[in-house]
Design a protein around this ligand. Structure first.
Ligand code: DGY
Length: 425
């Protein structure tokens, strides 16, 4: 069974491979997405080591001069997606969006380097990517941490990757809908509307795009102008882990200054993250920079920090929290706490389980020695695929496959899980 699943996963990677980049899935997401590519490269490595590097290199080939790495690269036209380049108007030769996504590339590149069979090639390609990853991280601290707190804000829910999380509901109330241009959603042609964000949320997504566009995507203006500025612990944890990995790679490759800078940022960020811990919830919470308050919403964003070398006490509390969640759901890890009134088992980031998050959380738990919790997450992830196929996400109660099908990063994570558990040699 496991080797059949492995072969199916490889087929999905091949089906979605357009040569130098991979689409998350045809139809629903027909371009290159930032964190999809970084995480998918880990599975690609087992199929074609060189191709895995190409995936990340293509992403960074579209980095902006200011250091930002965009969330979507519109390599070619496709009317099947909204909002396309004409909405973003970022004036790039190859159009991109003007916002970013979770900076997981630093982590992915280190993993490719550590695993490399072709060490010479890997060191050369990692060395070329290093300054680009560093420039992206620099951009974050310039553009998204103007007061030098050590943590960065997202200005659009799409940046978090967790588009419609309950975490954003209150802050999103501040985003108006007046003046939003008429639009036709395309996602609803490709996926069940009950699994997708609502129309009200879409209007606000587009209002923010229009605001940023009116500021010519000038990062020095966007942060303060945005009515939505949220410090997401999950997003920050990914940046911190990538900074830790960047520092380790830089040391290995003799870039001592770069290593020291990345290490210092990671240490400062980890200390700042402590301020987001909630004793009541036994997890981290988002912080709303506009209201100046923590957002009391028990989502997976507050469990993800275990990915980033947090201290022993907090990682033990998160392991325990996930064990408790495991008694409430059939398949770990739900993206929102099932006891919360806003939990919605099948709707995108308001409840479903996602294999990429499962992968990052289980990776962190293992590093901290919480092997049983990590093993349950991995085994639930493989069971989800056995029963539901390679869907975008899954109902954590029933295992129902949700969203898009034939999903690249789901396939990549399955390959990772099967290799890591040794179920496939
Ligand atoms: C979408 O279009 O649904 C994407 O999540 C935006 O990144």
């Amino acid at each position: 069974m496991t080797s059949k699943i492995f072969d199916q996963a490889v087929e999905i990677l091949e089906r979605n491979d357009l040569g130098h980049y991979t689409v998350p899935t045809h139809g629903l997401y027909p371009f290159q997405w930032n964190w999809d590519s970084a995480l998918s490269s880990l599975g690609q490595y087992y199929v074609d080591e060189s191709r895995a590097w190409t995936e990340i290199e293509t992403l960074f080939a579209h980095q902006w001069d200011d250091g930002m790495v965009p969330h979507i690269i519109f390599h070619k036209d496709d009317d099947g997606y909204y909002p396309g380049p004409d909405v973003w108007q970022t004036n790039r030769e190859v159009p991109t969006t003007g916002i970013t996504q979770p900076p997981v590339a630093g982590f992915a590149v280190r993993r490719l380097l550590d695993r490399a069979k072709d060490k010479h090639m890997a060191r050369r390609r990692a060395a070329a990517l290093l300054p680009k990853i560093a420039a992206w991280h620099d951009w974050f601290y310039r553009a998204r941490d103007p007061e030098h707190t050590g943590l960065v804000a997202i200005l659009h829910p799409w940046e978090s990757g967790r588009d419609n999380s309950v975490d954003w509901d209150e802050a999103f109330e501040r985003v108006p809908t007046e003046g939003v241009e008429e639009f036709q959603r395309r996602d609803l042609h490709h996926a069940n509307p009950a699994h997708r964000p609502t129309q009200e949320q879409y209007k606000r997504y587009i209002w923010l795009v229009q605001l940023f566009r009116s500021l010519n995507w000038d990062y020095t203006k966007l942060h303060d102008a945005s009515p939505f500025q949220v410090v997401d612990p999950g997003f920050n944890a990914i940046l911190l882990r990538s900074s830790q990995d960047l520092a380790a790679m830089a040391e290995e490759l003799g870039e001592i200054e770069l290593a020291a800078e990345a290490r210092a940022r990671a240490e400062k960020g980890l200390l700042a993250l402590n301020k987001l811990w909630s004793d009541k919830r036994q997890q981290y919470l988002c912080f709303d920079r506009v209201s100046g308050e923590l957002i009391d919403s028990p989502s997976i964003g507050g469990l993800l920090p275990v990915f980033a070398h947090i201290d022993k006490a907090h990682s033990a509390a998160i392991a325990h929290h996930i064990d408790e969640l495991g008694k409430r759901v059939k398949y770990l890890v739900p993206s929102h706490h099932p006891d919360d009134k806003n939990f919605d088992a099948a709707r995108y980031w308001r409840g479903p389980a996602w294999l990429i998050v499962n992968y990052m959380i289980s990776d962190g738990l293992k590093r901290e020695g919480h092997y049983d919790t990590a093993a349950r997450i991995v085994s639930d992830s493989v069971k989800l695929i056995e029963t539901g196929g390679f869907a975008e996400y899954f109902d954590p109660m029933t295992g129902e496959p949700c969203g898009g099908l034939h999903f690249t990063w789901t396939a990549a994570m399955v390959i990772e899980f099967l290799k890591l558990t040794g179920e496939v040699a």
